[in-house]
Design a protein around this ligand. Structure first.
Ligand code: GLP
Length: 233
């Protein structure tokens, strides 16, 4: 894994943006995108840039089960407002949180991933090492499925909701197997609450206890971290 240390989130956003720009210059057509607070500065860079994304496809990692795209807490809403409304893509995919038939929705999403092989996958990381919503214990060959969120993830994500009771307890998430198929992966982490997860991902033996450690088996991973997130390395 290549590690880039940055001074702050603005610099991290610029570094990630440059990698995407380079990727697009050499033919990348499909971006795997992530939500959470981490990629916000990257999306800002993309919006402010003069890059044209109208021939690009975006495939997002996950969505809360039960939330429609017009719900302000949904990941579809987040993506539209952070990026797609400002920079139109040829197509943008996010799992449909309102689809009650999980089997149907997961099969539909896996088909989308298969038809749009991801060139560059952007990832954040949960404090427990999750990527997408693949919580500890997720098999590394997993595909899209409906997952239950751990208490620590619900706790971490409650800041976006009016109360902890409002945080959905389930999500649809792209699997680790699909994430690993991306040609290039850029994982971004800021802040001391990510330090343990970053340490487990990079320095500990690969284990399902830390989903992000699966990236050790990928040969094109760049990790963008600030000082606090890399403190334990
Ligand atoms: C959520 C998302 C992840 C994200 C993580 C970290 O659980 N499903 O994709 O990486 O949160 O979020 P943040 O970037 O806000 O710390």
């Amino acid at each position: 894994m290549k590690i880039i240390q940055v001074n702050n989130q603005e610099e991290g956003g610029k570094q990630a943006f440059n990698l995407i720009k380079q990727g697009m210059e050499t033919g990348a057509k499909v971006l795997g995108l992530a939500t959470g607070s981490t990629p916000i500065t990257l999306y800002k860079e993309m919006v402010q840039s003069d890059l044209d994304f109208s021939e690009m496809v975006a495939v997002n990692l996950d969505e809360y089960v039960g939330l429609a795209g017009d719900n302000e807490q949904s990941y579809r809403y987040f993506m539209n407002h952070q990026l797609f409304n400002h920079k139109p893509f040829k197509a943008s995919y996010v799992p449909d949180g309102t689809e009650e038939d999980a089997e149907k929705e997961c099969a539909r999403y896996d088909q989308i991933i298969e038809e749009n092989p991801i060139d560059i996958q952007i990832l954040g990381i949960g404090t427990n090492g999750h990527i997408g919503f693949n919580e500890p214990g997720t098999p590394f060959d997993s595909l899209t499925r409906k997952v239950g969120l751990t208490p620590s993830t619900i706790e971490a994500n409650k800041r976006f909701f009016a109360s902890v009771e409002d945080v959905p307890t389930e999500a649809y998430s792209m699997g680790i197997g699909s994430i690993l198929k991306a040609k290039e992966i850029i994982l971004i982490a800021y802040g001391e609450n990510k330090a343990e997860a970053i340490y487990n991902m990079i320095e500990k033996e690969m284990s399902e206890d830390c989903p992000a450690s699966a990236l050790q088996q990928h040969d094109n991973v760049t990790v963008i971290v600030d000082q606090a997130a890399s403190a334990k390395l």
